[in-house]
Design a protein around this ligand. Sequence first.
Ligand code: UT7
Length: 339
Amino acid sequence: MPLYARITGTGGHLPARRLTNDEMAALLAQRGLQTSDAWIVERTGIRARHFAADGEMASDLALQASLKALAAAGRQPHEVDLIVLATSTPDMVFPSTATILQRKLHEAALAAGGQGPIGAAALDVQAVCTGFIYALTVADALIRTGGARRALVVGAEVFSRILNFDDRTTCVLFGDGAGAVVLEAVEHDGAGPGVLATDIHADGRHTGILCVPGTVAGGQVLGEPLLRMDGQAVFKLAVGVLEETARAALAKAGKAEADVDWLIPHQANIRIMYSTARKLKLPLERVVVTVDQHGNTSAASIPLALDHAVRAGWIQPGQLLLLEGVGGGFTWGSALVRY
Ligand code: UT7
C-alpha cells in the first residue's frame, strides 16, 4: 500500500512581547509617522502582533513550537529523522537554522533525561511566506519515497528584525512567531489521513516587489537589509495565484471545493483570505483566521493558524484541510491534507 505523510502533532509559539495597533501607532508617532488602529484593521484585519526580545532568535521560537508539536504527537526528539525549517530570518548566514534547532532540541532532550535528534537530516527552506508550504512539500516527498519516516516541519520567523520602522506601509503588517508539525509515514489505500496533494510554484520575474535587498560581503552589510514591499502589486498577484493553486491541489487529489472543511491560508491580509474563500465558494466560517492576533508571521503563519485551530477543537480527525500561501520570490503554493 502507498505511503502517506500524516500530521500527528502541531505546536505554536509566540514571543512574549505583544504590540496592539495603538501601541504601533504610538511607536510610529515618535518617528513623525501617522497610522491608526482603524486604518490597519480596515485594510488588513490585523489588531496585534508579537515581537521577539533582543537576542531571541528564530531557532528559539522554533524550539518551543517543535517541543509542543512533539508532545502533541507523543514523540521524543530522538525519534525524528528529518527537520525541515522554513525561514527568511535565519539565525546566521550559515549553518542552517534547522541545524541550530537540532542542537537546541538535543540540549532540551538531554536536560529532560532523553536524547536529541542527532543524525537526522536538517535543512532550511527559503520561500518567504510560502516557506511552510514548500517545507511541507519537501518533507512529504521524502516520506512518501521512503527517505524519512518521521519529520519535524517548522516555520519560524523574527521579521521584526528586518522591518523598516520609517515605512508605515510595511512595518505595521508583520510579527514574529513559530509553528511546527510532526509528519509521520503511514500506509493506507488513500482514504486515511495524510498529505493528499501539494502544488508549489515561483515566478522570479517579481523578485523586486517583496524583498530585503541586502547581503554581506567582506565583513560588511551591502545594500539595505530591510523589508520592501509593493503592497498593491503583491495583492493583485496573490488573489489570482491563490485561487489557481487551490484548484490545482484539489484537482491532483480528485477533490471538489465543497469537500474542503477548513481553509488555512497564509495570514497576511483578511481581505485576500476572504477573497480566496469566496472564489472557492467556501463559507467564511470555514476560514481559520489568526492574522488579527498574530499579524503576518511569514513562514510561521500557516502552522501557527493550523495549531490554533487544532487546539481550539475546530479541526477534527478525518477533516479535509486546504493550506495555501504566497510570498516573496514571487512564490505560491498549497497543500491538501486529510487530518
Ligand atoms: O506575506 C506576503 C504577502 N503580502 C501581502 O499579502 C500584502 C499584500 N498587500 C496588502 O495587504 C495591501 O496592499 C496593504 C495592506 C499593504 C496596503 O493596503 P492598500 O489597500 O493596498 O493601501 P494602499 O497601499 O493603496 O494605501 C492607501 C493609503 C495611501 O494613502 P493615499 O495615497 O491614498 O493618500 C497610503 O499612503 O493608505 C496610506 N497608508 C497608510 N495610512 C495609515 C499606507 N500605510 C498606512 C498606514 N497607516 N500604516
